[in-house]
Design a protein around this ligand. Structure first.
Ligand SMILES: [Zn+2]
Length: 166
């Protein structure tokens, strides 16, 4: 049985693939009974799809693997604290456990801004493990934006300001 540390390493590999194609480096995997059944990295720029976050890409693959929209008893690993959309997708997929790396003070919907996976008003709640290899996960984002500093994003919009994604 691999550890959270090992599985987060696979997410860091996915995040590196995102960075290699100019995407903000976030990577995710879905693990069921010790097997990786879904992988994904952020593909927003490549696909022009606002829902193409790493978690959603990995969840779609996992749902195809199990053949159903409920991905029961699975664990989703991701390098960055999920946003509102992705946290909602995890609840909808009935994922059992969420393990993430670094927090996202600006958009995080697990602990930073909202607590979607543990909100008692929803009909499914997740176990949450935060901070696994957080320094490596955040350093991957920081180095990506350092390289981009002074550059421009799609449509000439600046990609970041004050060290954060804008
Ligand atoms: Zn998201």
């Amino acid at each position: 049985m691999q550890s959270h540390h090992d599985f987060m390493g696979l997410c860091l590999d996915e995040a590196a693939r995102a960075a290699a194609c100019g995407e903000v480096p976030v990577g995710a995997i879905v693990v069921l009974a010790g097997d990786v059944i879904g992988r994904g990295y952020n593909l927003r720029e490549t696909t022009g799809d606002p829902t193409a976050h790493a978690e959603v890409v990995a969840l779609r693959e996992a749902a195809r693997a199990v053949g159903y929209w409920r991905v029961l008893d699975a664990t989703l690993y991701v390098t960055l604290e999920p946003c509102v959309m992705c946290a909602g997708a995890l609840v909808n997929a009935r994922i059992r456990t969420l393990v993430y790396g670094c927090a996202d003070a600006k958009a995080g919907a697990v602990e930073s801004l909202y607590a979607v996976p543990t909100d008692a008003r929803l009909n499914h709640r997740l176990e949450v493990v935060a901070g696994v290899r957080a320094d490596e996960c955040s350093e991957m984002l920081r180095s990506f934006f350092r390289r981009r500093r002074g550059g421009a994003g799609p449509q000439g919009r600046p990609l970041w300001r004050g060290g954060r994604v804008v």
